[in-house]
Ligand binder design. Structure first.
Ligand code: NAD
Length: 300
């Protein structure tokens, strides 16, 4: 299948295909770096045995290796102390073979998430969750690490919208992982941005004004066709496991079939934003590795 395909009147944005193109380019770039003596390395830290996290981590490790990068995985028991985790992060920060560090969330409740995220060296913070990187994005600087899922959404939007400037964008959900950084990226591209969340009085009314609707609520089928302006571009970030009489399936936050009828373009779940998240994680790791060459050149 090509990058986009038609679905009734809507274009279906094929995130899996876009991620595939990015992956091919990364294989070449990693190979070039290796010829210069640098193999990009990504360390993943998993604390505890959350089954969903285990699936995500395994997939990240497999794809890291598939583009020729080194993958380092640290599995720690759920009763690991915060100080032991911080010690491990300090070791990874100092290791020149590691260019990216990712601590899989959620962490066990006895560990302060922000203390851990802020302990990661900002240059190796490939998730873009360190407060310094979040701050750079918030003030419109482009030299920080951008969180992977919103970065992937921006790439998908550019598949169907040559320019975002002046468009009305509505984001449903305001987590630090998706909604907030997404809103900042859209603002930095010149959109007029409205961020909605659980306390918003009338989310549907806000959504109906959107030229670009980004949905990251974690609520299956939340967005119905009467929430969407005809001709809007809809990006569905949601990943919800639901049980049906036919077994467990994965659905997004958007009622896909009815919304696809009158959107300009829409992402499917699965095969939309999901594959882009991992592609952008690897892209951030590659960028971190390339940055070490630039930094070395500047100091020598
Ligand atoms: P979260 O639970 O941290 O945040 C959800 C946000 O949505 C909150 O701000 C909440 O106020 C808002 N919200 C929830 N229900 C709402 C409603 N009915 N109306 C308006 N706002 C509502 O979740 P998250 O980590 O931001 O993830 C959101 C979804 O995206 C989840 O389904 C998650 O699995 C998925 N996700 C997908 C990817 C990917 O790669 N595709 C990556 C991260 C998260």
């Amino acid at each position: 299948m090509g990058m986009n395909s038609m679905l009734g009147d809507a274009t279906m944005i094929n995130g899996a295909a876009v991620a595939g193109v990015m992956t091919k380019a990364m294989i070449r770039d990693v190979d070039n770096l290796r010829k210069q003596g640098i193999t990009p390395g990504l360390a993943v830290v998993l604390v505890g045995d959350d089954p969903a996290s285990e699936v995500y981590v395994r997939s990240k490790i497999r794809k890291t290796k598939a583009v020729g990068m080194n993958s380092f995985c640290h599995r720690l028991p759920s009763d690991t102390s915060q100080s032991a985790l911080l010690d491990l992060i300090a070791t990874l920060n100092a290791d020149p073979d590691i260019h990216g560090i990712l601590v899989q969330l959620p962490l066990p409740l006895h560990i302060q998430r922000d203390a851990v995220l802020d302990a990661i060296s900002p240059e190796k913070d490939v998730d873009g969750f360190h407060v310094l990187n979040a701050g750079k994005l918030a003030v419109g600087r482009t030299d920080g690490m951008i969180p992977c899922t919103p970065r992937g959404c921006m790439i998908l939007l550019r598949q169907v919208l040559p320019s975002l400037a002046g468009l009305h964008a509505v984001v449903i959900g305001c987590s630090n992982i998706v909604g907030r950084p997404m809103a900042r990226l859209l603002l930095n591209e010149g959109c007029t941005v409205v961020v909605t969340h659980l306390q918003t009085r009338d989310v549907a009314a806000e959504a109906r004004r959107a030229d670009i609707l980004i949905v990251a609520a974690g609520h299956p089928g939340l967005v119905r066709s009467n929430w969407v302006k005809p001709g809007a571009v809809v990006i569905d970030v949601g990943i919800n496991r639901i049980t049906t009489p036919n077994g467990t399936t994965i659905v997004g936050d958007v009622a896909f079939d009815e919304v696809a009828d009158h959107a300009k373009a829409i992402t499917p779940v699965p095969g939309g934003v999901g594959p882009m998240t991992i592609a952008c994680l690897l892209q951030n790791t590659l960028q971190a590795a390339q940055n070490t060459i630039i930094t070395k050149a500047l100091v020598s």
